[in-house]
Design a protein around this ligand. Structure first.
Ligand code: ZN
Length: 169
């Protein structure tokens, strides 16, 4: 392999040479913007399941607006990327004997079943809605997308409480 013509201070970005020694701050900033973070792969599943392609930024940023604890951010991020270990996943990798739900033992423990569809979890969310009606004087109707994604249009403590609810489950 020939190294003739190779200069470690010149990088190639978007098919254009970028000379780091002569570049100005403005050009560095432009370079950084071209390599900014992309949406996670699993955002496609969120779009397919919930039709939220125009709200993805708000959904991913929501935990950072409503909580300051890193474990809350981390949990919600893992949830949005479907990387929490349900029994369905644990069975596939040999760490569980069944893929059935831990609570009802009747259905597969998928994400949506574990956090919303299970009858035991539904009872929990009913208690949550009743509690919220008492403390906030507001009658909520929580759907699957409210539980999984949160309510991106709200900036009050409700979203924080929903994430804590999921952590409790
Ligand atoms: Zn269940």
């Amino acid at each position: 392999m020939s190294t003739v013509g190779f200069d470690p201070m010149v990088v190639k970005c978007a098919d254009q040479a970028f000379d780091m020694l002569s570049a100005k701050t403005k050009q560095f900033y432009k370079l950084l913007l071209t390599t900014k973070a992309k949406l996670p792969n699993m955002s496609k599943r969120l779009i397919a399941d919930f039709g939220v392609e125009d709200m993805l930024d708000q959904i991913y940023l929501l935990p950072h607006f409503v909580a300051s604890e890193t474990y809350i951010w981390s949990f919600q991020y893992r949830l949005l990327n479907y990387i929490l270990f349900t029994n369905v996943k644990l069975l596939k990798i040999g760490f569980a004997l069944t893929d059935k739900c831990t609570f009802c033992n009747s259905y597969e423990e998928t994400f949506y079943h574990l956090f919303f569809e299970c009858s035991h979890v539904q009872a929990f969310w009913r208690c949550f809605v009743n509690w919220w009606a008492d403390v906030a004087d507001e009658k909520l109707t929580l759907a699957l997308h409210d539980i999984i994604l949160g309510l991106p249009k709200r900036t009050d403590i409700l979203n924080y409480m929903i994430i804590l609810g999921k952590l409790y489950i």
